[in-house]
Design a protein around this ligand. Structure first.
Ligand code: COA
Length: 167
């Protein structure tokens, strides 16, 4: 599907924010604006004509490096699985690479579809992170067999998988 991928304009921020609230991180508009102002070029959007159909945006890790904090496509309007997420991901990777960063990470929701999405785009699973009452337990993933084993072992727990891409 032909879509335009570009940085969001200030006049479109509310639309971007509304999509983020539906599919991704919930935060106040003030916090959203504060985050946007740090890396405006990395707040990427996909437009089909005048319709916003997908978004991607960064966060920063403790060491100051960038990660992909959120990526989403308007699934409710029938835009799933039309390659829009992959185009956004690729544009996001290019933007981060152009800043001189060579590795990018993202936390995948506990959802086989999302895991497939990252794998299909050449990302590798590196850690399974279990959310506990008192914090988080991180388990390194060395191979696919270990990932399948961990998924089964922790199937009832709240976890996410960290995916990584070398840029
Ligand atoms: C994850 C998400 C961004 C994928 O976007 P998308 O535009 O539908 O993905 P693409 O069309 O580029 O799909 C690329 C590959 O991902 C996998 N994939 C994507 N959606 C899938 C689905 N519903 N079922 C199975 N595999 C799927 C497939 O391998 C697909 O390749 P294929 O269609 O050639 O088999 C989208 O499902 C989404 O917005 N989900 C809700 C928000 C979310 O969970 N975001 C990720 C957390 S940060």
């Amino acid at each position: 599907m032909a879509v335009e991928i570009r940085s969001i304009k200030r006049s479109e921020l509310l639309e971007f924010y509304n999509m983020q609230q539906v599919y991704l991180d919930k935060e106040s508009f003030d916090i959203f604006l504060k985050n946007f102002k740090k890396y405006p070029r990395l707040y990427l959007c996909a437009f089909k004509g005048k319709e916003l159909v997908g978004i991607a945006y960064p966060g920063t890790l403790r060491d100051g490096s960038l990660y992909l904090r959120g990526i989403g496509v308007d699934l409710a309007k029938g835009y799933a699985r039309k390659g829009i997420g992959s185009k956004l991901l690729s544009a996001f990777e290019n933007e981060v690479r152009s800043k001189g960063q060579h590795t990018l990470t993202a936390g995948s929701a506990k959802d086989p579809k999302v895991e497939k999405f990252y794998a299909k785009n050449g990302w590798q699973p590196t850690k399974l992170v279990i959310k506990n009452k008192n914090g988080r337990t991180r388990i390194k993933i060395s191979e696919e067999a270990k990932l399948s084993f961990l998924r089964k072992k922790f199937s009832t727990r709240d976890y996410f998988i960290v995916f990584e891409k070398k840029l």
